[in-house]
Design a protein around this ligand. Sequence first.
Ligand code: FES
Ligand code: FE2
Length: 392
Amino acid sequence: MFRNSNHVPQILRPDHYFSPEQSEVERDRLFLPAWHCVGVKALLPNQGDFLTLELLERPLILWNTAQGIRTYLNVCTHRFSTLTDKPCGHFAKNLKCQYHGWEYDGEGNTCKIPDAQSFRPLKKGELGLREYRTETVGQLIFVTLNENAPDLRTFLGPELVALAEQRFSPEHRLTLVRDTHIDCNWKIVIENILESYHIAMVHPKSFADYPVPEHCFHEFHADYDHFIHDFTDEPRYAKPERIIAKLIGRAPDYRWHHILRYPNIVMGGAGPWHYIQMVWPTSPTTCRSRWITMHYSGSKASWWGFLLHRALLRFGRRTALQVQNEDARIYPKVHRGTAVVDRPHSGGLISMREERIIVFQEYLLRETGSKPSTAEPAEKPTFSPTIRFAQP
Ligand code: FES
Ligand SMILES: [Fe+2]
């Protein structure tokens, strides 16, 4: 059963997609309190490896230290240069600032200052790097900018933790990491991700058509939703899964999972491939996506295992890039129309198939204390926060 028996109107206003005030509220209430997946352990496997990224206007550096993976603000305490601008690399012993050469140890404390006597009085270790809380689940590395955030496992909840541990286990190998800058409000990307209605037009090569409705299931929870496509009876997908599962030595799983942990953590995948996608606003009308795919290819020891790994890597990369590129082409066009103040009042129809969007929009209004569009829903959604149903 659908949650709604008819379509409902979009409840976000045009200015939700371009207003600086709305963007600030979302940053403060949705993004700053949350945990963010910034990478996977496979990206910095050895002690000393680092990677950098930009998160919510803050340059960060993740560093694999003797005490584990630590995250610091990539800003030197001397005169605030970024320590390094390389996307990744290796600092064997200390982090070293690229400007005047101050060095920081694994704990983020200053440990070497060139011409230190000219900074008197200064105690050793007095000026440390700013550190952010870092926790992992499976191979996924999460960071929060909020000192008072609950621990990561509480934030994700048991179902998402179990899925992350299983789908990004140490046996999984890196398929693809990709950062994309997109000219649209971040919610345009999330809303697109939440519906399969665009598949026939936007992904004709990758997926061909909508999933069969009888095989689709939705679950809605307080802070995440979960879409499952059971393709047991769809040979187009089931046959390759059966063959791949046999090759890598595990039982076939004929389900495609897709989860949005509000506001911006997307986890999806089927067969040997699983991905996590983060979408961060970079301004009211632009955003950035970090997409990480991993795959499981069974034993690595044999020639056969190596060949299988290469095949899964190539196919997984090609498909993920193709799907992302297809979606990326449509985002600016959707943003252009959605953010127009004179857009038709009677439009903005959200179909039964697209109903995950309405739950996301309700979440957004609730959490930002914002008012809906003046157009009244044709039928007010009235269902319990956790519900599971098959689409008719
Ligand atoms: S700003 Fe880093 S050493 Fe001067
Ligand atoms: Fe898509």
